[in-house]
Design a protein around this ligand. Structure first.
Ligand code: FA5
Length: 341
């Protein structure tokens, strides 16, 4: 058979095969059969070199025309089949457009994380930077450099979880005060949000694992009034109103003088409940002026510089803001609780 006759027969076969294709899948298979690498047309085009110079252009042109025609048949049939599929989809798949849709659940940040980010924004707007420190800490940073030597009774104020190698899980974020002073010179304005751990029985207001935000400001002539101004600015921004606070003398070896800043209990409005232990006030924020021994441990001269520090309980701040009466809900994995924020 002459090559041109062969081409004609091939085109006829392809035309009827494509016309009879009854699905997009079988049409796809036909494209491979008629135009693919192993198809007859590809073989003819590959073989052009073996033809005489007179035959070559004629056959090459004819083969390309057949190829283009087959491609056109395939495209037309594809369109027909696609339209048919679309026209009949309503018969095959019944869609009830009145049925309520399926809501895609999206997650969100934990309320403590949301609060941490908010506090970070408030402090950065006052020129503070954010620092971090290790959760597994050395005795030196957690206690000794903070003016709590070995055998000091103040060690009992924070029950400690020790590692078998003699390190500890930091009981507060205060070790980062020393780590920050070691690295930078005054003026220092830094906050340290972080997770802390205590060997404690849990109750409505105590967890063994909770979050604090440490604050440290060191410069020339820093006094208690700077401390109060910064604390009030922060609390008013967090609670979006003028917050009632009270300062009591508080003892922490790393500050002198030291204070406990309490806020009015928002759970009971000051009447007394389990969270405020019936006192109407919630201990939120111990603070004070940095003890000279602590400045010395951080290589800062106490006769030239002074500073204030505070350590705020982040979990309790969230509890007060939303009126949550049990701290244990935060890590309970209870989605009905978490989904409210
Ligand atoms: C400290 O941890 C000091 N480092 C704070 C400090 C820093 C004082 C700088 C002075 C200068 P205290 O143990 O009181 O202090 O803890 C600070 C805050 O963490 C508390 O006011 C409270 O809000 C929160 N907190 C303490 N223990 C728990 C607990 N078990 N569960 C939840 N929150 C707690």
């Amino acid at each position: 058979m002459e090559i041109t006759e062969k081409l004609e027969a091939f085109l006829k076969e392809a035309e009827s095969g494509i016309k009879n294709a009854d699905s997009l899948k079988s049409l796809h298979d036909l494209r491979i059969k008629y135009l693919g690498r192993k198809s007859e047309i590809t073989a003819i085009l590959k073989d052009l070199g073996s033809l005489s110079p007179e035959q070559r252009p004629r056959i090459g042109k004819a083969a390309n025309e057949v190829k283009m025609k087959i491609d056109e048949y395939l495209k037309n049939r594809n369109e027909e089949l696609s339209n048919e599929t679309f026209d009949t989809i309503g018969d095959k798949e019944k869609i009830d457009i009145t049925e309520p849709g399926v809501k895609k659940e999206t997650g969100h940040l934990h309320p403590i994380t949301q609060m941490r980010m908010e506090v970070e924004d408030i402090f950065t707007s006052m020129g503070f930077t954010i620092a971090t420190g290790p959760e597994v800490e050395l005795d030196y940073y957690n206690f000794e450099a903070l003016n709590i030597p070995r055998d000091h009774p103040a060690r009992d104020m924070q029950d400690t979880i020790w590692t078998t190698q003699g390190s500890l899980l930091r009981t507060h974020t205060s070790p980062v005060q020393i780590r920050t002073m070691e690295k930078s010179k005054p003026p220092i304005r830094v906050i340290v949000p972080g997770r802390v751990f205590r060997y404690e029985e849990t109750d409505a207001s105590h967890e063994h694992t909770f979050y604090q935000v440490e604050g440290l400001m060191i410069d020339k002539d820093i006094s208690v009034s700077n401390l109060i101004a910064v604390m009030k600015t922060m609390l008013n921004a967090v609670f979006r109103r003028e917050v009632k606070v009270r300062l009591r003398p508080g003892y922490f070896p790393f500050v002198e003088p030291g204070f406990e800043l309490d806020i009015n209990c928002r759970i009971c409005g000051g009447k007394g409940c389990t969270v405020c232990k019936q006192s109407g006030w919630v201990e939120l924020l111990p603070c004070g002026l940095v003890h000279p021994n602590v400045l010395k441990a951080g290589n800062i001269k106490p006769d030239q510089y002074s500073g204030f520090a505070f350590g705020m309980g982040l979990d309790r701040l969230v509890m007060m803001r939303y009126g949550i009466d049990d701290i244990r809900l935060f890590h309970s994995g209870n989605l009905r609780f978490l989904e409210q924020f």
